[in-house]
Design a protein around this ligand. Structure first.
Ligand SMILES: [Zn+2]
Length: 350
């Protein structure tokens, strides 16, 4: 197979940041994906409908209208989010989820939830209005090892949350462990998970052996090879509970390569070639369309895209860096050859 045409995919977990960085990155996603769930962890975070509307306008302002790209907005859950805010979000028509960051879990999460017990009214309102909860699933207690934080979250936080809110739909974002795939697989049908391209392709050796690779550092952090294998198995299984979310999280190179480097892999520019590489390695290219284009909208209760995207086998060299204002961004697979290429510009009406 040298060419695959898919229903145009969507990205169910994306960071496009703000200001000049948005201008540098949003076009990469808009050229490929029909829609993307936009993360709300700006400074200050996006916590109400007015802020989400303004952020959506800023994103739309820097992308080509002809792309047809639609940013799907989210609100950032805090200890103070009220049921009224949730009702307004559900009614506005452009907010598709509410994001839970445990306080301190990752980039700009200081305003996150300190104790889920403070959020039960907001969570009940989300269940009532059909807005899914999107979860960064890591505990943040300082005594829990960074490699164990996702696994600890599943039993300590997520299981009781699902039990307490029996009709709340939940997306466990960017799963990184075999245990998380098991938890989702055996959980209720209202529980799904996104999987990044880099967690399908890399394990923690790729970050730490032969020198530290700061551009492979992300949160949740890369895990063992057996975890990567389990993620690939889940993504290529055809199980609709697992779908595409790049978690492309750009930081300028100067912020990644530093005494205290930021977490995040910038994958928007190479995402579909990277997913195709992972699926091909598993002998499952025929399952890529379900994962990338069908299961996400089905879970969110949205229509599948009606246009298409073509990937062609045509080896190409990924640039070492891409421009971003006065700095640069280092994309996933920078300086390496990739086998698959996105044919630029989605084809209409496919
Ligand atoms: Zn993220």
């Amino acid at each position: 197979m040298d060419e695959i045409t898919l229903t145009r995919p969507d990205d169910w977990h994306l960071h496009v940041r703000d200001g000049a960085l948005t201008q540098a990155v949003a076009g990469y996603s808009a050229a490929v994906f029909g829609r993307a769930i936009i993360m709300p962890n700006l400074k200050p975070p996006v916590t109400d409908v007015a802020a989400a509307r303004a952020y959506r306008d800023r994103i739309r302002g820097v992308i080509d209208d002809a792309s047809g790209f639609e940013p799907l907005m989210t609100l950032y859950l805090t200890d103070d989010t009220t049921p009224v805010t949730i009702a307004e979000a559900a009614a506005c028509g452009f907010i598709q989820g509410i994001k839970l960051y445990p306080a301190g879990a990752t980039t700009n999460s200081d305003a996150g939830v300190t104790d889920l017990a403070r959020c039960h009214d907001a969570l009940a309102a989300m269940a009532e209005h059909g807005l899914p909860l999107l979860v960064h699933g890591e505990v943040t207690a300082p005594d829990v090892d960074v490699f164990d934080r996702e696994a600890a979250f599943l039993e300590e936080r997520l299981a009781p949350l699902l039990e307490r809110h029996p009709s709340l739909r939940v997306v466990l974002e960017h799963v990184t462990t075999a245990r998380a795939t098991e938890f989702v697989r055996h959980g209720p049908s209202r529980l799904a998970a996104t999987i990044t391209a880099h967690h399908l392709l890399l394990n923690r050796n790729d970050m730490l052996v032969g020198g530290i690779r700061p551009h492979h550092y992300c949160l949740p952090v890369l895990k063992r090879e057996r975890d990567r294998a389990a993620l690939l198995e889940a993504a290529t299984s055809g199980n609709p509970k697992f779908f595409l979310g790049t978690d492309s999280a750009p930081h300028p190179r100067g912020a990644k390569v530093a005494d205290c480097g930021c977490a995040g892999v910038f994958s928007a520019a190479t995402a579909m070639p990277a997913y195709a590489e992972a699926f091909e390695a598993a002998g499952a290219l025929d399952r890529l369309e379900g994962f990338a284009s069908h299961f996400g909208p089905d879970f969110y209760g949205l229509a599948r895209n009606t246009d298409s995207l073509t990937l062609r086998r045509h080896p190409w060299s990924v640039p070492n860096a891409l421009p971003a204002g006065d700095d640069v961004l280092v994309p996933l697979r920078a300086g390496e050859e990739m086998a698959w290429q996105t044919v630029v510009g989605p084809q209409a009406g496919g």
